[in-house]
Design a protein around this ligand. Structure first.
Ligand code: NCC
Length: 276
């Protein structure tokens, strides 16, 4: 049970969750060294005004979905972490406008972030789990994964590709909304990349279609559409409060239950199209 009405909840999200990227003027990043690395343009200027957007979860249930053409018909598409398009065009489409990646992926050597070519397409945004409501300075000293070295190396290698660092304040502002609207206590860990990406797109787009975040009739224990690995926790959550995230998204859905069942599709309004 979610406490607020769908409209109030949408307005609460818009009001309480401040989606920003780390800027050259922010706290410990306002040095000449960091100036060379952080993108000059802000993200909304970079992407321009986006109409219909798609968020593609990495769920195994995208397999055999044939959603590719529908996903590609959007003005912009957001994907997560190492989710590929090559070899999966029919099911997930080929367009990648933005890619939200976690700091573990950027940092840990066996993820091949610096060499894998799938990261060279679209605008990149990295996020790192921060201590609860930490100021940017505190987070900077207590990174969950120390991704700065690889971030800078990637920027040196691909200086033309926009690559942002998500302001860490957002994750706990969003977590508070999740907690306040849940009857139970939720895990004291940040939301998944999935929910962060959904809210990022709500700030950049007029309307957001989300695919297989809420599982369709194809729901499976296969974790990702691009791997054979089975784990129910991928869909249900373990570290991330994923079930609560999904509950919240379901509650705000402006599409039909039928579209969830057949396409795993949820439709949310962009913040600029809401009357609060
Ligand atoms: O698996 P992951 O997420 O990359 O998936 C991206 C987002 O899609 C949604 N999802 C995924 C699978 C599934 N069966 N159902 C889903 O709803 C979730 O919203 C998820 O956030 C992450 O959130 O960043 C996560 O990253 C992975 C992993 O680090 C990256 O894939 C890089 O290899 C985490 N897995 C592990 O650490 C083992 C995962 O817990 C969360």
């Amino acid at each position: 049970a979610v406490k607020l009405s769908p409209e109030k909840l949408l307005c609460q999200l818009q009001d309480r969750v401040n989606v920003t990227m780390v800027q050259r003027s922010d706290g410990p990043f306002n040095t000449s060294d960091w100036h060379r690395y952080l993108p000059r343009r802000n993200i909304s200027g970079e992407v321009g005004h986006l109409g219909r957007c798609a968020v593609v979860s990495s769920a195994g249930s995208l397999k055999s979905s044939r959603l590719g053409p529908e996903i590609d018909s959007h003005d912009a598409v957001l994907r997560f972490n190492g989710a590929p398009t090559k070899g999966f065009l029919n099911d997930v489409g080929g367009k990648t406008t933005l890619r939200l990646i976690n700091s573990q992926l950027v940092t840990v050597e066996d993820q091949h972030f610096l060499t894998e070519t799938l990261y060279n397409t679209g605008i990149l945004i990295v996020w790192d789990p921060a201590p609860y409501h930490a100021e940017i300075h505190e987070w900077y000293r207590k990174l969950d994964y120390d991704f700065f070295k690889n971030y800078k190396q990637y920027r040196n290698r691909y200086p033309e590709q926009p690559f942002y660092i998500l302001n860490p304040k957002m994750q706990w502002q969003l977590w508070d909304v999740l907690q306040e609207n849940s009857v139970e206590d939720i895990q004291p860990n940040p939301p998944s990349s999935g929910l962060l990406g959904i809210v990022i797109m709500m700030t950049l787009c007029d309307e957001v279609d989300i695919y297989e975040f809420l599982p369709s009739k194809r729901q499976t224990d296969i974790c990702h559409y691009y791997q054979r690995f089975h784990d129910r926790a991928c869909t249900m959550g373990a570290y991330h409060p994923l079930l609560f995230e999904k509950n919240l998204v379901k509650h705000m859905n402006r599409g039909t239950d039928e579209a969830i069942y057949t396409h795993g599709k949820v439709t949310l309004p962009g913040f600029r199209n809401m009357q609060c």
